[in-house]
Write a protein that binds this ligand. Structure first.
Ligand SMILES: [Fe+2]
Length: 236
């Protein structure tokens, strides 16, 4: 049983599923991956593009009805993957951007070119707004190749760290493999999620990822990253 903190299964609101059929296919796929808790994190970009909140809420209810109709064994929760812009703290305070499962934790992503100072500023401002930042797929940010910075984000601002399953499933290149080895040794990752988009190369691979984590790092670590650590959010 796994908890997926980051995915795009709600259809028609971002670059995830295009329609209801695609959403249903993806829900079956997520079930086949033994995901029992699923936080919907559609993209929101404060101040850049308007987010269709009405459609999101409607399609979320449709997903719940489909899960009941098909007898799927999963619980779904609301959320957003929030691009960090100058307006992000205000969107959180005003409830325009949704936290993970209604908790105080907010999933934050960045433009790939953002520098480390901007990430620190984001962590500080999200905290000042009364929320706890979870940084999404940190493997994408060149400025975090130095793990001392990841450590500092966690120690100074209480940032939680999320990476995608693809980091382990599609390990490519010497430098990437060395980075994975170091970050796993230092225990800096909090959650591994699918970030699935219903497009080639973005399929959910939680089951496969768990098997890799189990084999290479043992059961306690595999369970912590794919399920147990996330309970602090669902139970908050
Ligand atoms: Fe995402």
């Amino acid at each position: 049983m796994f908890t997926d903190m980051h995915n795009h299964f709600i259809y028609g609101v971002d670059d995830g599923c295009a329609d209801q059929d695609a959403m249903l296919r993806l829900l079956f796929n997520l079930e086949a991956n033994r995901i029992t808790n699923l936080v919907s994190t559609s993209h929101i970009t404060p101040g850049l593009n308007p987010f269709p909140m009405d459609a999101y809420c409607r399609h979320f209810e449709e997903a719940q009805a489909l899960i009941r109709r098909e007898g799927l064994h999963m619980q779904i929760y609301t959320g957003h993957e929030i691009l960090y812009t100058d307006l992000t703290p205000r969107y959180l305070r005003e409830g325009k951007a949704l936290t993970l499962a209604g908790s105080e934790f907010a999933l934050i992503e960045f433009m790939p070119t953002e520098n480390y100072e901007r990430l620190c500023e984001a962590a500080q401002k999200v905290r000042n707004a009364g929320y706890r930042p979870v940084f999404a797929h940190i493997e994408r940010y060149a400025c975090l190749s130095d793990l001392r910075r990841v450590e500092e984000l966690k120690d100074r601002y209480g940032v939680r760290i999320q990476v995608n399953c693809s980091l382990f499933v599609h390990r490519q290149g010497f430098l990437r493999r060395r980075w994975i080895k170091s970050i796993m040794k230092s225990g800096l990752i909090d959650y591994v999620s699918t970030d699935t988009h219903d497009m080639p190369g973005r399929e959910p691979a939680m089951g496969q990822c768990y098997d890799i984590l189990l084999k290479e790092y043992g059961e306690d670590t595999a369970r912590a990253l794919t399920n147990d650590n996330a309970q602090e959010i669902l139970e908050a």
